[in-house]
Design a protein around this ligand. Structure first.
Ligand SMILES: C[S@@+](CC[C@H](N)C(=O)[O-])C[C@H]1O[C@@H](n2cnc3c(N)ncnc32)[C@H](O)[C@@H]1O
Length: 452
């Protein structure tokens, strides 16, 4: 089945359960897009959604304001005078250190702080929701953030090496949760992996584009099913073609950092979840291909994940992590963030004699949202997204009446009535598509008439 149609069917099942009066349709021109299935008034609350994963932007981290590691809620909306310039985007201070004065400030009641990495949590719920992800990222966090500051990344929605690490950590922790929930033991998963390897070796069935033989995971393998089940939320997102380059992203450097910092932790998390006798296992240092080459068989696309036999993982968990941290998977995750990430915004109040009480808009970070990602952009949208309670949760509401059968659209960029076609195209550039909305088509035609 066409992956877009498969994703649309899955999304429609979710929208149906939530009784949202709209339907995901698929056409070759518009890809997945959202159609109203009833007449909707202005201000109709369509859906509220939590992200699969969210992350703070590098520029926001540089403001050194305490925020919730999980939901990105700010503990204070006030910048200290020393940080005032940073809020204006004039100059950004160096990378935040966990012991910096602002992060060490007193937190509001019910907030807590990790003694090791100084990450804050605004509630017990947020702490629990991100417990495993935080355990994986806690010690690598300073390194991930200093790497982000060292790069020239100015990617849309503040995508950074931390964002990539958060995606990887989310998948690893979900794998561990599903292993526990389904009581999948080390013995069972290892037997499945061993059987898979021996049958694939006798009958190699996938050759990569470069001609090197790779071990395919057959669809009836338990490890394959576990993996595809866990990455399903990512598989519903649109991915860019393999040829696309991402401005400001150094895939090889980001990949190396994430593998170095997370590979072993992820393997151990999975083994522990399966009840494996960790102390008795001979874990082999994971080896990965160093080149970021393109292969459609990455974990988050709809085709089978693959591992290179040259890496010779000894255990099922090592093989899964090898797929998770392969160049192809990481490239797919970055591409999905570039095309689907939605910004999480907030206002902060700088303490400034020059501008007392002046609020500044900040992009706190961004997130990947399964349902929201099926809405196309329009430069004259009929719905708008807002953040719920200053967190990463979003709410989608119509901004004018919508008729049955009309497409429901949002804007991906800050819009003004006076923004020209060229200005809007410039803002949309990082989203890697040319807008074909009614306003752009109308203005394009008007330009053509002017020229004639
Ligand atoms: C978040 S996804 C929206 C859903 C998408 N159509 C899909 O098939 O999954 C963003 C992608 O949708 C397409 N898209 C969204 N709005 C568009 C527009 N106004 N004109 C052309 N393509 C658009 C682009 O390919 C863009 O990268």
């Amino acid at each position: 089945m066409d992956p877009a149609v498969k994703a649309a069917n899955e999304l429609n099942a979710i929208f149906g359960r939530l009784e949202v009066p709209c339907e995901v349709c698929v056409t070759s021109e518009a890809g997945k897009h959202m159609m109203a299935t009833a007449d909707l008034d202005r201000g109709f609350a369509l859906v509220e959604e939590l992200p699969i994963v969210s992350w703070p932007s590098v520029s926001f981290l540089n403001l050194r304001l305490p925020f919730c590691f999980h939901c990105l809620r700010l503990a204070t909306h006030q910048l200290s005078p020393a940080d005032d310039a940073a809020a204006d985007g004039v100059s950004l201070s160096p990378s935040p250190s966990p012991s910096s004065a602002s992060t060490a400030a007193l937190l509001p009641e019910k907030w807590s702080r990790c003694a090791q990495c100084a990450s804050c949590f605004c509630s017990v719920d947020c702490q629990q929701a991100s417990a495993r992800t935080h355990r994986l990222l806690c010690s690598p966090l300073p390194q991930l953030r200093s790497d982000a500051n060292g790069s020239s990344a100015t990617v849309a929605s503040g995508i950074s090496v931390e964002a990539l690490a958060r995606c990887v950590a989310w998948i690893a922790q979900r794998l561990s949760v599903v292993i526990e929930q389904q009581k999948l033991t080390h013995a069972v998963l290892q037997a499945d992996y061993t059987a898979q390897r021996s049958s694939s070796h006798s009958s190699p069935n996938v050759a990569s584009a470069e001609g090197s033989v790779q071990t395919a995971w057959s669809a009836d393998s338990l490890n394959y099913q576990l993996f595809t089940q866990v990455v399903a939320p990512f598989s519903r997102l649109i991915s860019p073609p393999d040829s696309v380059q991402f401005d400001g992203v150094s895939l090889p450097a980001w990949g190396s950092a994430v593998r170095l910092l997370l590979a072993e932790k992820c393997v151990k998390l999975l083994l522990v979840a399966s009840g494996a006798p960790l102390a008795k296992l001979q874990l082999s240092p994971l080896r990965f291909e160093t080149e970021m080459h393109d292969d459609p068989s990455s974990c988050c696309s709809s085709s089978a994940p693959s591992v290179s036999p040259s890496a010779s993982p000894l255990y099922w968990a090592e093989a899964l992590v090898h797929v998770l941290l392969s160049a192809d998977t990481l490239r797919t995750l970055v591409g999905q963030m570039v095309l689907n990430a939605h910004g999480v915004n907030d206002y902060v109040l700088p303490v400034s004699a020059a501008a007392p009480g002046k609020f500044e808009w900040v992009l706190k970070g961004a997130g990947l949202y399964t349902l929201l990602s099926s809405f196309n952009h329009s430069c004259e949208p009929n719905a708008a997204v807002s953040n719920v309670d200053d967190t990463h949760e979003i709410a989608l509401t119509t901004t004018r009446p919508v008729k049955t059968g009309e497409e429901i659209t949002i804007t991906y960029i800050p819009l003004t009535a006076s923004a020209t076609l060229a200005e809007r195209r410039q803002l949309l550039k990082s989203y890697l598509f040319t807008c074909r909305c009614s306003r752009c088509v109308r203005e394009e035609k008007a330009c053509a008439v002017d020229v004639v």
